[in-house]
Design a protein around this ligand. Structure first.
Ligand code: COA
Length: 207
């Protein structure tokens, strides 16, 4: 599990009932987005992983620490890592990241390492658009299959991945930052099918 990736959780946004697609633009993240990405990540962790990860850990999370990590990731571009943000009226409301794996796992050569949508914008179609943006970017640098990891208890994200056609590959215990957790690995082997899953394509994807 990486600090940018795994934990996720069962979360059903109150907005789901009757919600319509949020008017958001999907674009490549820029170095100046690091702070906003960190804020989305910390908000989403606290709302998603409560009850899965100790409160003490969630409450101690620092946006500044996450921001430093994302600054490094974004400053390292261009490379085979891709980071996309969804931008709405209030700025960055979601992000997702992918990378090529040094060694294929389960026959998959790329990983979706993080995807987080601000709680109030969940279930409006942004996550699906972000997955497709990251997968398209990873394909452009050679990916043929994509792996992702979730905390096993995160039923919401599991349903999200399953709805996008991901195959459950493994469930296994793992330790992260001193915490004993169980993770589920999902994979997409047919990226054409994933690109076609769930409707229209992302509105904009700036290089
Ligand atoms: C999981 C997450 C990335 C999905 O993004 P999203 O923008 O909320 O999802 P979408 O609106 O694109 O959903 C697409 C479909 O996935 C399924 N889905 C998404 N979230 C779901 C949930 N919590 N429960 C059940 N199904 C869900 C639904 O079929 C949904 O379509 P519908 O709303 O028309 O029924 C987002 O909800 C999130 O950030 N959750 C908290 C953090 C997290 O768990 N991240 C994943 C870490 S591994």
């Amino acid at each position: 599990m990486t600090p940018t990736g795994r934990p996720e959780g069962e979360h059903r946004s109150a907005q789901h009932e009757g919600s319509s697609p949020t008017a958001a633009t999907i674009r490549r993240a820029l170095p100046g987005d690091a702070r906003a990405i960190a804020e989305v990540r910390v908000d989403a962790w606290r709302s998603t992983y409560r009850g899965m990860i100790p409160d003490s850990y969630l409450d101690a999370m620092k946006v500044e620490a996450s921001e430093v990590l994302w600054q490094r990731v974004l400053a390292a571009a261009p490379n085979t890592t891709s980071v996309f943000v969804a931008v709405g009226d209030e700025g960055v409301i979601a992000f997702a990241a992918g990378m090529m794996l040094a060694e294929p796992r389960f026959g998959l050569d790329a990983e979706l390492t993080a995807i987080y949508v601000q709680p109030r914008h969940q279930r409006t179609g942004i996550g699906r658009r972000l997955v497709r943006a990251v997968v398209a970017a990873q394909r452009a640098v050679g990916a043929t299959g994509v792996l992702t990891w979730v905390i096993a208890q995160n039923r919401g994200a599991r349903k999200f991945y399953e709805g996008l056609g991901a195959e459950l590959l493994v469930e296994q215990p793992f330790e992260w930052d001193g915490m004993d957790l169980v993770e589920a690995g999902y994979g997409w082997r047919d990226l054409d099918a994933l690109a076609a899953a769930g409707g229209s394509t992302p509105t904009t994807q700036h290089p």
